[in-house]
Write a protein that binds this ligand. Sequence first.
Ligand SMILES: [Zn+2]
Length: 290
Amino acid sequence: MRKFSPFLYFIIFLFLGACNHTPLDIDEEPFVLSDEERWMEYICSPSRMGRKAGTAGCDSVAVYIQHVLEGMNYDVVTQPFMIKDSLDLKNLYVVIKGYSDSLIVIGAHYDGAKNGKRFPAADDNGSGVVSLLSLCKYYSQSDHKPPKTLIAGFWGAEEVTAGAAFNGSKYFVKSFEDIKLIKYYCNLDCFARKGVGTFFYYSHGLQWVGSIMADLFTKVNLEGMEFSVKENDKKSSDYMSFYNAKIPYFGWNDYSNSSFIHSSDDTINNISFEQITAVVDLTTKLIDRL
Ligand SMILES: [Zn+2]
């Protein structure tokens, strides 16, 4: 084999280097959004206009959720309902078949703040919607079948009217035929605010579920994050619709968000996608033990 001089190799090296790396892209890292980041970007985009229930911005998010779920090969059930005799709204849900017909419903509301201001509502409740889509993705991509059958529900109009409303989940509970099969409800609402911890809450009587979760905290990588467990002492989200039907519940929440949600600070920049990943991981592991 003919030998080239080291000088020629050097020239070729310089030439290839110049072809691949123009001075312009020296500092550019390849940047790819995860599915969860992409979904959050869509849900919180200014053109969604804060997703107030009954607006085009909110409707387009329902269409988007359906599109994403169908892309995962789920059959999406659309459940229309009406409030105040004028607002046409809907829930969406999919069924993830488990080994038994007993059900765990996992829900997240997709509408945004009721005051109608165009806040991104990333934590309330982009965090829940994105996590629930992520959980659906997990089951669609693996052969892992949960012990109980799961219903992943995307609720409309949680935020409508002052005080406790929870319209979509309330309608689901009222109209679902096999209500007796529902053993637990898991609520995903406001739990990914960056810089504050996340807690797992459970309804009275489910202390044993809290103990399982505390054990799972030791089995999942929660480095740099603060997670804890406690019995619920609020009445502030869709779990109330299930509680009123005597269905035990659990879910996730930020340690502190009262001045943050329904404000212009609730943006993607204040979301921790690590917390979202951890919550999805912990929730699927908990489902395996129920
Ligand atoms: Zn909420």
